[in-house]
Design a protein around this ligand. Structure first.
Ligand SMILES: *Cc1c(COP(=O)(O)O)cnc(C)c1O
Length: 367
């Protein structure tokens, strides 16, 4: 049996044909029809007016903060459990990331705890739709409106996830996506910002291209960046958009099968799907508690011995050397320790999932 990977890119469509087209026509850099086509397709997918392709999901978050004018001395609220990029971009603009504990069910930002962290310096919140489950956006939006705070959804892990029937990313001021190799769709490296605000879109567009005026070439009224996506990456992106629905459908089928096979094993908590949410299960994730009889870390080792690759959850941000604080985040601490991401590739076979569950059951029985 093959080593079962946590994730693998799904490149079974027109990817090669479109990349070949770029090379044959010489349009390999960041000007090209695939870039605009990818942006158009992605805006339609999210139901937003605008989309802006970038070279990865970290810089798209950075662009969003810059476009909103977040700067030194400001505070930006982020959940304690997320990939480190969500906090790092706040540091890039010399603002302070303020951490908030997570909700024990969805593992996304705890909205009550969030409101308590708002100060006169708070300029934005970056909720993260973690592992494919949407954050509770209505509550976040109503709190932020009240305090006049901007919102950037970090949707890097949640392409196509639904909040009350609407696709994430387009629910607030900005939505930011990643197309890294292990994400729901990929361009190798890549990112996308979506928004309904023309003003924010134009601002981010200028900043993406060295702050250059759109009316006067090589005139740079402000300092920007080279955060552009290449036509080669966008060519892959267009092909990926052609089958994104199929990939998401398979992710959900995989989750359904895991849920069916793993339910009622003592000590295992299955991933949530709130009544208002559609989880796209970027990573099918479970929690392992005492009743299982073995720690999540030891279960990961046993699975590795059986040719099954897994991932630990992210470490709490407040434990990172650059962000260490004495503040307490008990839910994040517990869930970060108990969580495992199981193989979630859209190319997984049902028999492979059955095998993974069998190993999890056997290990649990023999503890
Ligand atoms: C992947 C990811 C990012 C960063 O995306 P890159 O394309 O790797 O730069 C940001 N936030 C979250 C939550 C992610 O999972």
């Amino acid at each position: 049996m093959r080593k079962i990977p946590v994730s693998e890119p799904y490149l079974q469509g027109n990817e090669l044909q479109y990349v070949t087209d770029c090379i044959k026509t010489n349009w390999i850099s960041s000007i090209g029809t695939y870039v605009t086509k990818f942006e158009k397709m992605f805006a339609e997918f999210c139901g937003t007016k605008y989309a802006l392709a970038t070279c990865n999901g970290t810089v798209s978050l950075h662009l969003a903060l810059e476009a909103m004018g977040v700067k030194a001395g400001d505070e930006v609220i982020v959940p304690d459990l997320t990939f480190v990029a969500t906090a790092n971009v706040v540091t890039y603009v010399k603002a302070k990331p303020v951490f908030v504990d997570i909700d024990p069910i969805t593992w996304t930002i705890d909205t009550k705890a969030m409101e308590k962290k708002i100060t006169s310096r708070t300029k934005a919140v970056i909720p993260v739709h973690l592992y494919g489950h949407p954050a509770n956006m209505d509550e976040i939006i109503s709190i932020c409106r009240k305090h006049k705070i901007k919102i950037i959804e970090d949707a890097a892990e949640a392409h196509g996830a639904l909040y009350k029937g609407r696709r994430v990313g387009g629910l607030s001021d900005f939505g930011s996506f990643s197309f890294y190799g292990n994400k729901i769709i990929t361009t190798g490296e890549g990112g996308m910002l979506v928004t309904n605000s023309k003003k924010l879109f134009l601002e981010a567009q200028i900043l993406r291209n060295h702050g250059m005026s759109t009316k006067r070439k090589y005139w740079h009224p402000r300092i920007g960046y080279n955060y552009r996506m290449t036509n080669l990456q966008a060519a892959i992106g267009v092909a990926q958009m052609e089958h994104i629905d199929k990939v998401i459908k398979r992710k959900c089928e995989i989750a359904d099968l895991y849920n069916k096979l793993l339910h009622n094993i003592p000590g295992i908590t299955l991933p949530a799907q709130e009544s208002w949410a559609k989880n796209v299960y970027w990573m099918y994730s479970i929690l392992i508690d005492k009743k299982y009889g073995m720690s999540a870390q030891n279960l990961q080792k046993k699975l590795a011995d059986n040719n099954i690759e897994t991932r630990p959850f992210f470490f709490p941000l407040h434990k990172m050397p650059s962000y260490e604080t004495k503040e307490k985040f008990p839910i994040t601490d517990r869930i970060a320790k108990q969580g495992i991401n199981l193989p979630s590739s859209p190319l997984l076979k049902d028999e492979e999932i059955e095998y993974i569950v069998k190993v999890i059951k056997n290990v649990g029985d023999k503890r």
